[in-house]
Design a protein around this ligand. Structure first.
Ligand SMILES: [Zn+2]
Length: 425
């Protein structure tokens, strides 16, 4: 595996994003220590190799504090000493290197009647992955299957290397603070306390988030673009959702329901959406919506490659069929793709104006395969977004494949790696 020299992150574990006020640290040396450690680890993750004096400078901590902290990290195997650095006179400093293999994180995402589970290193690089099917979609069955899958994927792994937590990417609206799936139409769940259930079954900590939105964290940590801190990940599958990363943090809003891009209105009198509104993006540009519009094109239209690719059965047409036919120049399919690009383009142009992202990644089963969408989509965004914010934004397809949601779920754990590693000591 290629060694990375620079990671794609900013410090993730500052006091501010934990909601900790400086005043509350007075008289809490353990908390202070944990925050210093997390800050040092973040810098190590980013720099990979650094000396103690450089780390002291970057963190603003005293050399004595850094010395104690590094000793702790050395004992935990998180860093190792590696040669001598350059000296500006005096003794050259010993360089400290981050060891991404010191611990492993678990992530799982639920999709299509199965859990996709990954075991990653501290860089969120996948070490193992497996798929565990569910016999039915009840929460109890899902948790039992997860338990079996976790037992299988961790077989032969030294338990002391495993961060004692798992991240779960589930469908639906998730209350991340409570670990409850509020509603997930896909699987028919309402108010399912998935975190409590999984914690009980697995005997480890559990973080829960929407499976599509966490894909943004996977892009932030493992995407092909380095040094991007402001990105939008748009997952297109049976639904559409966006993961919004601002300054290296996944923005989830007040009750963790931000990013419901599928339900922004695109056509005031458009088709009825499952949410009750009309003309939602999801009713126009999700996988099923693309397929539906392709079928409508066929009715009374000219001969189309679409029907041939679907072996004469219109009901077998999927978004992928439409993309394949469009790539081969089929006019009906091309028309559907162009309309899809317009609908998505309107939404993305609004996002560009709102968030000024550096990167917009199309992911999910439909989005990551929609190369044919890119060109008309970029043209539509160009027509609608303001030129200045747009000048900084690029639109690409995800390259992470089907594991994106599970990797993103593992990142929920990795974001707490420091406290998880040292809590048990
Ligand atoms: Zn809707």
């Amino acid at each position: 595996m290629p060694q990375r020299t620079q990671r794609n992150r900013v410090p993730r574990t500052t006091m501010w994003d934990r909601g900790i006020h400086v005043k509350s640290l007075i008289g809490q040396p353990e908390l202070m220590k944990e925050l210093n450690r997390a800050r040092a680890l973040d810098i190590l993750l980013e720099e990979r190799v650094i000396s103690r004096p450089q780390l002291a400078k970057r963190t603003g901590l005293s050399r004595a504090t850094i010395a104690i902290l590094i000793d702790e990290l050395l004992r935990a195997g998180l860093v190792r000493e590696r040669g001598l650095g350059d000296s500006r006179g005096g003794r050259p400093p010993v360089m400290i290197e981050f060891n991404p293999h010191a611990a492993l994180a678990l992530g799982a995402r639920l999709r299509d009647h199965r859990w996709g589970i990954v075991l990653t290193d501290l860089d969120a690089e996948v070490v193992r992955h497996l798929e565990t099917p569910l016999s039915d979609l009840s929460p109890a069955t899902a948790v039992a299957a997860l338990q079996a899958g976790v037992a299988q994927i961790t077989q032969g792994i030294d338990r002391s290397r495993l961060l004692p937590a798992i991240g779960l990417g589930t469908p639906g609206l998730v209350d991340m603070a409570a670990g409850v799936v509020k509603t997930a139409v896909d699987v028919g769940w309402v108010d399912v306390p998935i975190r409590a259930m999984a914690e009980e079954a697995l005997g480890m900590g559990v973080y829960v988030a929407n499976r599509s939105k966490v894909g943004a964290l996977a892009e932030l940590w493992c995407g092909r673009e380095q040094n991007v801190q402001n990105l939008l990940y748009i997952s297109i599958g049976t639904g559409i959702a966006a993961g919004v990363v601002i300054q290296g943090q996944l923005y989830m809003g007040v009750n963790s329901s931000a990013g419901e891009l599928g339900h922004v209105t695109i056509l005031p009198d458009g088709p009825l959406c499952a949410c009750g509104n009309r003309g939602c993006l999801q009713a126009l540009a999700s996988g099923p919506a693309i397929a539906n519009r392709a079928r409508a094109q066929l009715r009374g239209g000219p001969e189309s490659l679409l029907l041939e690719l679907a072996e004469g059965h219109p009901e077998r047409i999927m978004a992928e069929t439409v993309f394949a036919a469009a790539e081969q120049g089929d006019e009906a399919a091309r028309h559907v793709v162009d309309d899809t690009a317009i609908y998505l383009g309107i939404a993305i142009a609004n996002l560009v104006n709102l968030f000024n992202p550096a990167l917009i990644v199309l992911g999910g089963p439909v989005g990551q395969n929609g190369q044919v969408l890119l060109e008309p989509l970029r043209a539509e965004v160009q027509r609608r977004a303001m030129a200045y914010p747009l000048s900084a934004a690029r639109i690409v397809n995800s390259t992470l494949g089907p594991d994106a949601g599970a990797i993103g779920a593992a990142v929920l754990v990795l974001q707490h790696a420091s406290e998880l590693l040292f809590a048990r000591n």
